[in-house]
Design a protein around this ligand. Structure first.
Ligand SMILES: Cc1cc2nc3c(=O)[nH]c(=O)nc-3n(C[C@H](O)[C@H](O)[C@H](O)COP(=O)(O)OP(=O)(O)OC[C@H]3O[C@@H](n4cnc5c(N)ncnc54)[C@H](O)[C@@H]3O)c2cc1C
Ligand code: FES
Length: 290
């Protein structure tokens, strides 16, 4: 189909599904992992892409909300049959989601957005703040050759190692550490109150890693905007390539409403508004006008 919205990753290929919840379990403070069946979506989605979620048969809230792919769920025969998302309870939608039970239904559309560009770097350095770790289990598994994503399955160069620098308010908000350990990701943690790992910001960990790295690396980052801005600045000083996944609030998710725009510079250094939902959410950090 001709792309009517002049965006590379327009939502032309997204499909909408009414899905059943399989699990919805608390995994950390105010944080839940929600699993739903959606074979068509699960077969096509790639790391860093997202889905829009709405409560079926309910118009409050009326708009869907975006959630990153945490991971796809495989059947016994290895076919992708479902999706996991991990969410932090923040407002109306996530509070209502947290009360939902297995068997209840959601309206979900996707896959949406561009996702992270696979990198040939030997060392993948993932930097997450708050709930920003959610895109990274899929990224790490793909980079370590444990899983393939997309239809047809896409090729991703292998990384020799993957490190997650993960900053949270305190230890009770750290979610999914066991998932990252199972994948073989090296974990470095920081907390604002010092209750786990480094007492301070995740950006302190990043400075240390960049100063001591011996191998070519690629930084991927997701989290609150002030933290991503700081990560972009540190990577710029260190000459380290960095992709950021913006968590701009979205209304439609499919490129129509322009509620999700961010200022992004082109190769000539001129900035323009880009729609995070169809031209992102992942951008080269050096291109963002923070
Ligand atoms: C591409 C993308 C992927 C995302 N992936 C995840 C994910 O995997 N897990 C997850 O928990 N969240 C994720 N988010 C954020 C998530 O969409 C919001 O937390 C959610 O919309 C909140 O909905 P709500 O109705 O509970 O809160 P609302 O009632 O909509 O908002 C509550 C408060 O949070 C503020 N708020 C809403 N959205 C955001 C935002 N994106 N950033 C900062 N403040 C916000 C509002 O201004 C308000 O003050 C993602 C966002 C984007 C754009
Ligand atoms: S959310 Fe509507 S254009 Fe991006």
């Amino acid at each position: 189909m001709k792309n009517p919205l002049h965006a590379e990753f327009c939502a032309d290929l997204a499909t909408q599904h009414r899905v059943s919840i399989v699990h919805n379990e608390r995994i950390a403070q105010s944080t839940y992992r929600l699993r739903f069946e959606a074979p068509e979506l699960a077969q096509r989605i790639t790391p860093g892409q997202f889905v829009m979620v709405r409560l079926s048969g309910c118009d409050d809230p009326i708009l869907g909300r975006p959630f990153a792919l945490y991971d796809t769920v495989l059947s016994d025969t290895g076919d992708a049959i479902g999706l996991d998302i991990v969410y932090l309870v923040l407002g109306k939608m996530t509070a209502r989601l947290s009360a939902m039970q297995p068997g209840q239904q959601l309206d979900v559309w996707g896959p949406l957005g561009n996702g992270f560009t696979p990198s040939p770097a030997a060392h993948l350095l993932l930097v997450a703040g708050g709930i920003g770790q959610t895109p990274f289990p899929a990224v790490a598994q793909e980079a370590l050759g444990q899983r393939v994503y997309g239809h047809p399955p896409r090729f991703a160069p292998r990384a020799e190692s993957v490190t997650l620098l993960y900053g949270a308010r305190n230890f009770s908000y750290l979610a999914g550490l066991d998932d990252f350990e199972r994948i073989g990701v090296r974990l470095q943690i920081s907390t604002d109150d010092g209750s786990r790992g480094h007492h301070g910001f995740v950006t302190d960990l990043l400075k240390f890693e960049l100063a001591n790295s011996q191998t070519p690396l690629q930084v991927l980052c997701c989290g609150p905007e002030p933290m991503m801005e700081k990560v972009a600045e540190i990577c710029d000083h260190a000459n380290a390539p960095c992709q950021v996944s913006l968590e701009t609030p979205m209304a439609c998710g499919i490129g129509i409403c322009f509620s999700c725009v961010a200022k992004v510079r082109d190769a000539a250094g001129e900035w323009d508004y880009k729609r995070t939902c169809v031209e992102g959410p992942v951008f080269e950090a050096s291109r963002i006008e923070w």
